[in-house]
Design a protein around this ligand. Sequence first.
Ligand code: FMN
Ligand code: 173
Length: 395
Amino acid sequence: MPCSPVAPKEPPLSLADFQNEIYLAGLGGVVPELPADLHRLEEVARTRLTPQAHGYVAGAAGAERTARDNLAAFDQWKIVPRMLRDVAERDLSVTVLGTQMPAPVILGPVGVLRILHPDGELAVARAAKALGVTMTLSTAASTAMEEVAAEAGPRWFQLYWPKDRELAASFVHRAKESGYTALVVTLDTFAMAWRPRDLDQAYLPFLQGIGVQNYWSDPVFHKAIGGPVTEDNRDRALLHWAANFGDASLTWGDLAWLREEWDGPIVLKGIQHLDDARRAVDAGMDGIVVSNHGGRQVDGAIPSLQALPAIAAEVGSRITVLFDSGIRSGADVAKALALGAEAVMIGRPYAFGLGLAGEDGVRHVLRCLMAELDLTLALAGRSTLADVGRDLLSP
Ligand SMILES: Cc1cc2nc3c(=O)[nH]c(=O)nc-3n(C[C@H](O)[C@H](O)[C@H](O)COP(=O)(O)O)c2cc1C
Ligand SMILES: O=C(O)C(=O)c1ccccc1
């Protein structure tokens, strides 16, 4: 059977047009290379990626209970469709922290993307730009932030706050200079958790120099190791990187320093407790991501979706509440929105798309997710995000 390229390059006329394209191509005997169900896409990735790359992306902390519970939490909520509500004209666009989005779907920060595809972050940047979707670049990217910026559309920068304050300042100033408009500070990963799949394969991308490119390209980092990174000082650079990656001593009081260094919106990623959400408001933050890092940090932690409703109800009118951990379908996005998220971040699905088909694969994942969201909401009787509330769901 002939296969089509995964998705054509033109932006869709509407979010659901992707569905029409697929059926019309099918009429000519052309079936897509990648599954439209992102759970199945993950299964395909297992058979095609290297065991190391697959293990790194699919894996999670400990016995992976929280990673599983993140997905199962979505099944505990059911959508209740409403009829005869004129959903012919639909618009899911939204502005989040000053960034315009075609739908409330953001590419979350995923580091070390070159373990999946030689074009890594550049392929993701191109796919996101083609669809007007916002990309969040990780501090642990395998391409320096300036190089990504040159190819990217709307972009946010995710900070892993290093021990060295001068280096932290350099990262955020470089991000500002290269046009990243919001800073996402990840709080839950000052150290890499106990991840048996990686331990069992003795696999850590950084040891191969993948995921350190923002450090390798930084003048403050160069100063600390006595010059640019070369073959001769590579081990020294890696040790300095490892010693500096995270700061376990950070407290809420430190956020005042960051506020001084970055004058755009700041979002705290990794919030799961109501009191921490309140503290984010008190600290003058602009947003939070209710996230447990896809279950990759604390095995046995509550599913992220379980934390969302109370947090959104408490702080949602004061700061931007985003959500991630477990989004695999348009229906999942709809549920997170109904439970109070302003937008969602996706993680593993686009990483697998990248690993399977590069830029086309990332575009495929985004289009599937946005088209399914549009159809799910329309068929449930909702044509704009203002219509999506708690009454969409039944427990
Ligand atoms: C391979 C991989 C690398 C990640 N790297 C980062 C990172 O560099 N910074 C960060 O804040 N989160 C990182 N995350 C977490 C994601 O941003 C997100 O919280 C998580 O993937 C959501 O869960 P899901 O993949 O189940 O949807 C990473 C996740 C994966 C799977
Ligand atoms: O693997 C991860 O989940 C992650 O957040 C990370 C941390 C450091 C470097 C690269 C990715």
